[in-house]
Every structure is written in C-alpha cells, then in structure tokens.
Write a protein that binds this ligand. Structure first.
Ligand code: MG
Length: 226
C-alpha cells in the first residue's frame, strides 16, 4: 500500500515538473540592465525583416511561432549578451537541414543554428553551430518538444576610421547552460552567400526556415566594448 502511494506521489511530481518546465525564469530573474525583446505576450519589439511592418509570427500561450518571414528587432545592437529560449517541433519525416530549422542571428548576420540535431555527431551546420564556421564543442541539444536555451556573448567586428576591419567578431555561446563556443573568432557574416561586413550596430534576427519553431523569453544586454 505504501509503495503504491509512493508511486502515485512520484508520478504526480513528475507530471507537475514536466508541465511547468520552468526554463523561462520569469521577469524577476532577468538582469536589471536587460532589454526584454519578447515577454511571451507581444512582438512589439520586432518587425518583419527588411520592413517596418509588424512581425507576423503567431503569439499564443507565452511563445511566438515562426510563420510569414524572418523577424528583426526594431532596435540595433553592437556588443551584447542575448538570451533566447526555443522549442523544436518533432518532424520525424524530415532529415538534416529540413528538420526544425530556424536560426538566431546576431547583429551583422552571424547565425547560431537552430535545428533538431538531438543525439547527432554535430557538424558546423547542426544545432549550436556558428553556421558554416564552427561546430559546437559538444552536442548539448535536448530532444524536440523540450524548451532549450541559448546564451550568446557577441563581440562585434572592429573597424578603423577608414573602414578597414581591425578585428573579427567573437562569439561565446552556451546551450542549455553548457559552453559550446569559447570566444570563437568569426571572420565575417555567416551563411551560404558571402556578404559584406556590416559596420556599426545592427538588428538581431530570428529566421523563418519554414518550420513551426517556437521562441520565448528573449532578452538582451548591451555590453561595453571589451
Ligand atoms: Mg538555420
């Protein structure tokens, strides 16, 4: 009898823990100097990328779901710390880059890949990769259907008065609290097509890659040049 009672208690506790899944700590734990970019209720800090139109993603149940194009912050940022929480749909029929693809772009088009890469031997285009530049040190992915976090420290590239680059961008990335890039140098904007370097502050962007990826709990801190 006691054992049965204990089993019930364990099941109830487990159910409570999984339904709460409290990765998003709530605003009381957000640093005082952070700018909240998405609080689960409104995408008023975002626009459809390349326009001044409202961000078209669906907002419900405390998250925003990808649809209708990439979205960018209204504000521009240079050196910064960015916190993002993301959730990947289970897409068993899809493979590789077609499986819950999205992306978090730091100012100037530097992508940290968002993808279902659970359990894979990560390459430089898998989840946690700085796209096409560096694979994560370790695969820190949770399975699809679980909320995950990125904490990214971005140091923008430096340019002299004549506009010549004097230092490449650098990125430190934690996924779910695990260090996956340690002050990684990044020679320029990431992606398939090579792009010119962006100079000065830029927008943060979230990618619509055609998959219903969800985001919540997004905040950023401007950092002093270090
Ligand atoms: Mg992507």
């Amino acid at each position: 009898m006691q054992r049965a009672l204990l089993c019930v208690l364990v099941i109830v506790l487990a159910a409570t823990a999984s339904s709460a899944d409290p990765i998003f700590a709530g605003e009381e734990y957000i640093p005082a100097d952070a700018i909240i970019l998405f609080n689960g209720k409104s995408l008023s800090e975002w626009v459809l990328t390349g326009t001044t139109d409202p961000a078209p993603w669906k907002v419900e149940n405390g998250y925003a779901e990808v649809r209708g194009g990439n979205i960018s912050t209204k504000q521009s940022f240079g050196d910064c710390q960015l916190h993002v929480e993301f959730w990947l749909p289970i897409m068993l029929e899809a493979q590789g880059q077609a499986r819950a693809n999205s992306g978090v772009y730091l100012p100037g088009f530097y992508e940290v890949q968002v993808l279902d890469s659970y359990g894979l031997d990560s390459r430089d285009n898998d989840c946690g990769a700085i796209y096409g530049v560096a694979a994560p040190i370790v695969n820190a992915c949770r399975p699809p259907g679980k909320w995950q976090t990125y904490d990214i420290v971005f140091r923008a590239p430096r340019f002299d008065a004549a506009g010549n680059k004097t230092a490449n961008a650098r990125m430190t990335v934690f996924q779910n609290g695990v260090l996956i890039h340690d002050n990684q140098e990044v020679a320029g904007p990431t992606g398939v097509a090579s792009q010119p370097d962006h100079k000065g502050p830029g927008q943060i962007m979230l990618q619509d890659h055609g998959n219903p990826v969800r985001y919540r709990g997004i905040w950023v801190r401007a950092l002093k040049p270090g």
